[in-house]
Design a protein around this ligand. Structure first.
Ligand code: FMN
Length: 206
């Protein structure tokens, strides 16, 4: 179904009409829409409000080409007007714990946030806390797809790429972990209808 966009879709409409799209209309993405999609995704919740997610937005054709190579040649990368690389940077989060304290809680909030993060993660290995950070970033990844669809855009989530190569291409440190790549644009194909488990297959009611 092609949705002609005159207003933001409801959450229900966005979820119902999102499907993986791998062919996009060849036109640049409106930069205000792009920023709004990222802003909406940043409203995702996270434990202790840690907001471990970071976004690398790639629109440069040459860099997209190299990303496509790192994704084993998957053409939806080069064919999308923008590719959002969603990753988690837990070390940045930890070093700047105070900035995620709610301003309404004042200096005590900032101190408390620092103590919370140091207690929870200070003694952990980078890789272990990195996994925790990634779990938070995955929430934003989901929000991002729905936010894009809500504003009339389409996406395809991707984990089929060499993470080390993507770190190198984007100049990211070794500790960052990827939620995925997200090509974004307007759909130039219909994608596949949903094929999903029934609620009875996946839910138990107590
Ligand atoms: C975490 C994740 C990784 C994925 N990786 C790829 C990928 O590398 N390449 C691809 O073409 N599709 C990829 N997909 C898309 C899935 O195949 C697709 O979401 C699934 O088949 C359901 O179809 P739908 O998105 O159209 O509802 C990925 C999806 C998710 C959620």
């Amino acid at each position: 179904m092609t949705v002609t966009q005159t207003r933001p879709l409801s959450a229900t409409e966005a979820i119902e009409t999102r499907r993986s799209i791998r062919q996009f209309v060849q036109e640049p993405i409106d930069q205000n829409d792009l920023r709004e999609i990222l802003r909406l995704a940043s409203l995702a919740p996270s434990a202790w409000n840690a907001q471990t997610w970071r976004f690398a937005v790639v629109q440069d054709p040459q860099l997209k080409e190299r990303l496509q190579e790192a994704a084993y040649g998957q053409k939806q990368i080069g064919g999308a007007p923008a590719v959002i690389v969603v990753y988690s940077d837990m070390e940045d989060t930890l070093h700047n714990a105070e900035e995620t304290a709610h301003p309404g809680m004042g200096e005590a909030g900032r101190t408390g946030q620092r103590q919370t993060f140091d207690r929870a993660f200070g003694a952990q290995e980078e890789a272990q806390r990195g996994q925790w950070g990634l779990a938070q970033a995955n929430i934003a990844f989901g929000f991002l797809m729905i936010a894009a669809r809500g504003l009339g855009y389409d996406t395809v989530p991707m984990l089929g790429f060499d993470p080390q190569r993507v770190r190198e291409l984007l100049g990211l440190p070794a500790h960052v972990q990827f939620a995925g790549l997200l090509p974004v644009g307007k759909r130039a194909e219909e994608g596949f209808p949903h094929h999903r488990h029934s609620v009875d297959r996946i839910a138990k009611f107590y």
